[in-house]
Design a protein around this ligand. Structure first.
Ligand code: HEM
Length: 450
């Protein structure tokens, strides 16, 4: 049956206005600092692949799903994270899963895999629903007329969730430290012109090590203390994610991870895990506030499946419409809008030649026209199975990583596992028309998500 064209009735949603042609150099770097998506010109939304040269180096913007799948899955061994990604992330995140490559990356994936299998993630669900309960109780105490900064609230709830999962009763102190440091690190670590000029990392980022020390030093001190404490008394400490990482052993070699490696993974998981899920939920609430009929359907499903009780991990498979809402929100406002890779050897992509060390940006703009309209029906399971595999960018990227590593795989895409229980609980307990003050929600709705 043909799906209803929801875009015909849906309002146009905020998105950056794509520039026509190329931005002048200085404007490009100013825009890049504020919002990378706003640097993508109109033609990037229309063509499968476009080539740009800057300071003699070639960069490709790839939007065609088959080409993205080729880079992330079929020929993944030929592509690695970019030099700029490493320059920005390594000073603070060290060599966690996001920055590690090759054999180191494979060994760490194998070692950490059991802590992230489906059963383990589902065992963290009560932490998510408890945090959602506290949030709802707080909102209810504030009363119906209170103005709520939803973006800040989502950031806080996801930070609480990741922190309690990782550190159990030690989490409150870490949350306070991360609230002070994480945002500042991200705000100050932006790519600049010196990175594009290809200057040595130490020169282009003289300041970056200092920024990392200033913003994340307090976290390092605390995490070192906790790792020492837990390692000295493994039997009696809490059985949380930190304990699992310290105890984790590579099934092939029997080796564990050093304190530095555990630290790098902890901070990577913190950074990768809380802002992404907070962004996904914030944009979802925003979208629902603009689409009353969709919100009513969501409430009807949550009422039918949960009937007022707190969701558990088994409920997630039954919340099919809820899942479609989150999928559509992440299509329109993807929390990770661009994946970047560097070619290790020549390749052919969308009919063109890719040379050694070319940079590829995979923003998946085909999934997201420059004018945004809501259409959650596109995520029906029947339609989803017929979709091009590479069309689901975050899932495809994660699929690549788990497939290359040995160990159990998640059966459900991570954002659903990780968001679902918290989202369902908050969604059930609140009416988004209660959030009348979107402009103050901390969302930069005019420029899209960053
Ligand atoms: C809506 C939520 C999320 C989205 C959209 C998302 C998206 C992504 C994407 C696109 C990548 C691939 C990046 C690349 O290869 O360049 C990635 C990697 C990663 N994410 Fe997430 N993520 C989400 C939630 C989480 C959570 C909750 C955690 C941890 C608890 C997490 C931890 C990681 C880690 C460790 C990696 C690196 C994996 C590897 O390379 O082996 N993410 N994520």
């Amino acid at each position: 049956m043909a799906s209803r064209d929801e875009s015909a009735i849906a309002p146009e949603l905020p998105a950056p206005v794509p520039p026509r042609g190329r931005l002048p150099m200085l404007e490009f770097f100013r825009t890049l600092r504020d919002n990378m998506v706003a640097t993508y010109g109109e033609e990037a939304y229309e063509h499968d692949i476009i080539e740009r040269k800057m300071f003699g180096r070639r960069r490709f913007l790839v939007s065609e799903p088959a080409a993205i799948k080729h880079v992330l899955l079929d020929n993944a061994a030929n592509y690695q994270k970019t030099e700029i990604t490493r320059r920005i992330l390594e000073p603070g995140l060290g060599r966690g899963l996001i920055t590690a490559e090759g054999e180191t990356w494979r060994r760490h994936r194998r070692t950490m895999s059991p802590a992230f299998d489906h059963r383990s993630i589902m065992s963290y669900a009560p932490i998510m629903t408890a945090a959602a309960e506290e949030l709802l109780a707080d909102w209810s105490r504030r009363g119906a007329d209170a103005s709520i900064d939803v973006a800040a609230a989502m950031m806080e709830v996801t930070l609480n969730i990741i922190s309690r999962t990782m550190f159990s009763s030690d989490s409150d102190r870490i949350v306070a430290i991360m609230e002070r440091g994480a945002g500042r690190y991200q705000a100050e670590m932006r790519p600049n012109m010196l990175d594009f000029l290809g200057l040595p990392a130490w020169l282009a980022g003289l300041n970056r090590v200092r920024v990392a020390e200033r913003t994340l030093g307090e976290f390092d001190t605390e995490i070192d203390r906790l790792i020492k404490l837990r390692s000295s008394n493994p039997e009696n400490g809490p059985k949380d994610l930190l304990a699992r990482l310290i105890a984790a052993r590579d099934e092939q070699t029997g080796g564990g991870m050093t304190a530095q490696e555990v630290r790098d993974h902890v901070i990577t998981i913190f950074m990768a895990g809380h802002e992404t899920t907070a962004m996904a939920m914030t944009w979802t609430w925003y979208l629902l506030s603009q689409h009353a009929a969709e919100e009513a359907k969501l409430h009807a499903e949550l009422e039918a499946v949960l009937g007022g009780r707190v969701p558990n991990s088994e409920d997630l498979d039954k919340l099919t419409y809820t899942r479609m809402v989150i999928d559509e929100s992440m299509r329109l406002y993807p929390p990770v809008h661009t994946i970047a890779r560097e070619a290790l050897a020549e390749d052919t992509l969308a009919g063109g030649a890719v040379r050694y060390s070319c940079t590829l940006l995979l923003p998946s703009l085909r999934r997201r026209a420059s004018h945004l309209h809501w259409s959650s029906l596109r995520h029906r399971r029947s339609d989803a199975s017929a979709r091009h595999h590479g069309a689901a960018l975050p899932t495809a990227a994660r699929g690549r990583t788990s497939r290359r590593a040995s160990g159990p795989d998640n059966t459900s895409p991570p954002p659903w596992n990780e968001n679902g229980a918290c989202f369902a609980r908050v969604g059930f307990g609140c009416d988004v028309s209660r959030f009348p003050t979107w402009p103050s929600a901390g969302l930069d709705s005019a420029s899209g998500c960053r």
